[in-house]
Design a binder for this molecule. Sequence first.
Ligand code: GDP
Ligand code: MG
Length: 307
Amino acid sequence: MIFKLSTAKFRFFALEMAHKSGFVNIIGSPNVGKSTLMNQLVGERMSIISPKAQTTRHRIFGIVNEPDYQIVFSDTPGVVNASYKLHQSMMDSVNTALKDADIILLVTDLWEDSLNHKETLERIQKTAIPTIVLINKLDKGDDERLKERTEHWHKLLPEADILPISALHGFHTDFIIPKLVSMIPEGPPYFPKDELTDRPLRFFISEIIREKIFFAYEKEIPYSCQVEIEEYKESKRLDKIRAIIYVDRDSQKGILIGHQGKMLKKIGTEARLDAEEMLQKKVHLELFVKVKKDWRNDDRSLKNFGY
Ligand code: GDP
Ligand code: MG
């Protein structure tokens, strides 16, 4: 009897100590709140967010570390029907995210009818990977709408857990991580435990600049821009950064720079302030605009930009 008791104790101890780790991939249509959610979960401003669709072009990892688990979130570009080669490469990263996940977080909102990208929905319906449907933007709707949406998604994905949330206001989001921890397998961490993301500093600086462009311009300008960090000189008190904004066409260059360079200056100042906050030191940021004709359809440019 005593022997048994101590075995039970030992097993309990072992269970408690076992480390868990897993990849949790955030998927959904553009603009439903995927990046907002990841930032809320990871607790840092990891992924750029804007009110325009397709701000997130790459897959971005955000890592949550605790002594007994590590969750690696992937924020993906919204699922779109490819019309540019850039879209094709954005969809490739979504498709990879559908395959290598331990858990899929499918984000939708109270208005999206179904996933506007049929193929992705079909894949999720067929996959054996556990899926959680998060109905976001709960702050903007009423109970009736939520009830109707919940039933709708339950019909589409009967196996999935469904949770209404507000990523922006952090409503119900604290249920997500404990739920995920209960679902991920035991295993060692995939990344060193002090890392929050796999992306280098340069990447975040270029994302900050891109975010400012998204907020500053209407229509096609943001989608035609690519930011490249040409030079990054790090020192203890001050980082010197030179970035180039590439646009598609000559006409866009003038618009981006603005009358007497005012627009570019505004973007530069805003981006510098954010960068200083992120790096916790002074930043000297220089911005240049160059034309790279039709870069979104050019394989070599896409490759250079890391797509
Ligand atoms: P993504 O394209 O799916 O990554 O969407 P984003 O995270 O970039 O968010 C798109 C827009 O939706 C932004 O303007 C967010 O502030 C907004 N948003 C995200 N979550 C919520 C939410 O819970 N409530 C409301 N009202 N807006 C939200
Ligand atoms: Mg996004």
